[in-house]
Every structure is written in structure tokens, then in C-alpha cells.
Design a protein around this ligand. Structure first.
Ligand SMILES: [Zn+2]
Ligand SMILES: [Zn+2]
Length: 256
């Protein structure tokens, strides 16, 4: 059993009904988790205020477990260099990089048909953005690697090329002590025929010495700490390859 969860949203983001900070902490305590990270979206610089509101809510509750207050900071889709929507990372215990939208276009494609860039152009922007993201030492965790790729291109054609790009990204991630997330919600976003392949992304990470961590990406209390899809991926990876939250956070501190 995994006793932590490093990716949880709150109802302040507007699409996570019932996720008050108190409801999150009650659920985490009831599940016996030892630590969690509350990581709501930062879509623009102004959203830092929301994160500090969450910090105040956590303090008011006084949880029995370790709680990191961080954010899933969005990549700025107006550029293709992987820069973020804010330059400020102070006041965040944990920074998760959220690469959600097609660079230069700005939508979340629900299928490759929904992606107005052609595959070559998309892959070039995806490559440039991804390498930019993992070159940023402020980042602690790369959220759901490959989710945007799966949404935006036909994986039957482009998966092997993408794995080479992941290998480049893994080398940079290792240099910058950026862990890669095994994300439970990705199981709902990915076509089932790809479930059996997704561990290969994490194999490229492990080969370069990148640490792997778990996050549910919960938008509802009952999703906190759940890891059915994650267990399926872990079953195909070396035993005990999941890192502890303390490991990745201590590494960062040493280097900051
Ligand atoms: Zn995300
Ligand atoms: Zn998320």
C-alpha cells in the first residue's frame, strides 16, 4: 500500500466539488496516509493567492499527518520553451509541472482530430516544451508524463519516437532532481490499449536515474490515495522503485 499522495486538487480550482481542505484532510487521515501534498492549479500568477488560502485552511485544521502545500503550475502555452505561467515559486512546498495545453494553440485536445497542429509540428513543440520544463530546477515533479502526447497524436504512429524524446527529458530531469509522477487519473484519460505500454515511459526515467512518485490527481474525496491504474504500471517496473516524498524533497533542498 502506498501511504502518501502528492497530487490533490481543492474546490478552489472550480472543478473539484466537495474538495474543501477539511474534507481532503479528513479523508487522508481516515485512510491512514502519512503525508499528502495539496497541489491546486496555478493557471496565472494571481493564483498564488489561492495557494496561500489553502495553507491557512490547513493550519486552521491542524492535521495529524504531514501536509505539503504546493501547486500544479501550468506551462505557458503561448511559448514553446516550457516556461511557466509564473516566475514565482516561493511559498510552494512542492512544484508540480502541469503540461496540459497544445503549445501555441492553447486547447486540451480530446483526440488527435482536436489538435489543430499537424503531428510533426505538435511533436516539435511538445519536445521543445518538455525539455524546457525539465531544465527548470524549480520543478520538483513532472505531472502525468505523456498525457498531452496521448491526447494530441496517434500513438500507434508516434510512440516510439516519443520514447526517444522521453529519454532526453529523463537525462535532464535527473540532472535537475525532477521526479516523474505515476498519475492515477491518467488511467481514465488513456485508451485501454495503451495501459500495457505506459510503463515504458517510466523505464526511460529509471534508466537515467529519475525518481518516480505517486499522485492521484484527485478532484473528489474518494479519489484521494487510490492507485489501481498506478499499481498496474508498478507491476511492470522493478520492485520498490517508487520513491518516498522525503527523498525527492530533501534532494531539492540540498541543491537550492
Ligand atoms: Zn494536470
Ligand atoms: Zn492535477
Amino acid at each position: 500500500m502506498i501511504d502518501y499522495d502528492l497530487h490533490i486538487h481543492t474546490e478552489y480550482c472550480g472543478h473539484a466539488t466537495g474538495m474543501t481542505v477539511a474534507a481532503i484532510l479528513e479523508r487522508a487521515e481516515a485512510m491512514g496516509l502519512s503525508s499528502i501534498a495539496i497541489t491546486d492549479h496555478i493557471f496565472s500568477h494571481d493564483d498564488h493567492a489561492v495557494i496561500q488560502k489553502i495553507r491557512a485552511d490547513v493550519a486552521a485544521y491542524g492535521p495529524a499527518l504531514k501536509v505539503y502545500v504546493g501547486a500544479e503550475v501550468d506551462v505557458d502555452y503561448e511559448h514553446t520553451d516550457g516556461r511557466f505561467v509564473t516566475d514565482t515559486f516561493e511559498g510552494l512546498d512542492l512544484v508540480i509541472a502541469g503540461f496540459h495545453y497544445v503549445p501555441t494553440v492553447g486547447n486540451y485536445p480530446h483526440s488527435p482530430q482536436d489538435n489543430t497542429l499537424n503531428a510533426e509540428e505538435f511533436l516539435q513543440h511538445w519536445h521543445d516544451s518538455l525539455l524546457g520544463i525539465v531544465s527548470n530546477p524549480n520543478v520538483d515533479i513532472l505531472a502525468h508524463p505523456g498525457r498531452l502526447l496521448a491526447a494530441g497524436v496517434d500513438l500507434d504512429v508516434h510512440f516510439e519516437d516519443a520514447l526517444c524524446i522521453f529519454a532526453e527529458a529523463a537525462a535532464l530531469s535527473a540532472q535537475n532532481n525532477i521526479a516523474w509522477e505515476i498519475n492515477e487519473m491518467t488511467g481514465c484519460r488513456l485508451l485501454p490499449q495503451w495501459w500495457g505500454q505506459w510503463h515504458r515511459i517510466y523505464e526511460t526515467a529509471l534508466a537515467e536515474g529519475v525518481k518516480l512518485v505517486y499522485g492521484s490527481d484527485a478532484h473528489a474525496p474518494e479519489a484521494i490515495g487510490t492507485h489501481e491504474y498506478v499499481d498496474m504500471i508498478l507491476a511492470k517496473l522493478p520492485k520498490n522503485c517508487l520513491a518516498r516524498p522525503e527523498e525527492i524533497l530533501t534532494l531539492k533542498k540540498k541543491n537550492k
